[in-house]
Design a protein around this ligand. Structure first.
Ligand code: ZN
Length: 192
């Protein structure tokens, strides 16, 4: 899927978790950082793709992308698996976020959750594409939904534009509409 779809899918997943598992009180800085972390998480699995959107978001990113790609293997390999998710999750929780936490004062548990929600949403969305994902890497089997790959979606194709993207927008609209008061209470706590 395209970066735009992954951005929206990550946000949608965060929104679903937000409504179904109401989070504890958090600072406005944490809210903003969590939204950013969620977007990064949603693009992170494509670090193995030198031309992916995530590399456009950092200066010199394309160069770094081309350097990193040979280390991780070809596109849609380890980073699109449970194994890759576990490694990234471990590094974030134990090394990367604690270091960032010494300079930025936000709730790192919430940032971690937002990142992981984004990451998992990416794998879910990619599993709807023709190529599927190597979910159980290094076992060389590609997983996809529906199992018949001819029924799946082509990245950047018409179905992604007219079905997936609007579908995700609809889910967000529906969540906000049906849980309006919940969002209102959450937002109002920052206006006191
Ligand atoms: Zn991907």
């Amino acid at each position: 899927m395209t970066g735009r779809t992954h951005d929206l899918a990550a946000f949608t997943a965060l929104n679903i978790v937000f409504v179904t598992h109401p989070p504890p009180q958090m600072t406005i800085a944490t809210v903003i950082a969590a939204l950013g972390a969620n977007m990064i998480g949603g693009l992170l699995p494509d670090i193995d793709n030198a031309t992916a959107d995530i590399w456009d978001k950092v200066r010199g990113g394309r160069v770094i992308g081309h350097l990193i790609q040979p280390l991780i293997g070809s596109h849609r390999m380890i980073s699109h698996s449970i194994f890759g998710l576990a490694i990234i999750g471990y590094l974030l929780k134990n090394i990367i976020l604690p270091v960032i936490g010494t300079v930025i004062l936000v709730d790192m548990n919430i940032i971690f959750d937002a990142l992981m929600i984004g990451y998992i949403s990416h794998l879910v969305v990619d599993s709807f594409t023709t190529q599927g994902i190597p979910l159980f890497f290094p076992i060389p089997v590609r997983i996809g939904f529906p199992p018949n790959k001819h029924l799946r979606i082509k990245t950047g194709g018409l179905l992604e534009k007219i079905l997936i993207f609007p579908g995700l927008l609809f889910i967000n609209g529906y969540l906000i509409y049906t849980n309006y008061q919940f969002y209102e209470i959450f937002l109002r706590s920052y206006l006191k």
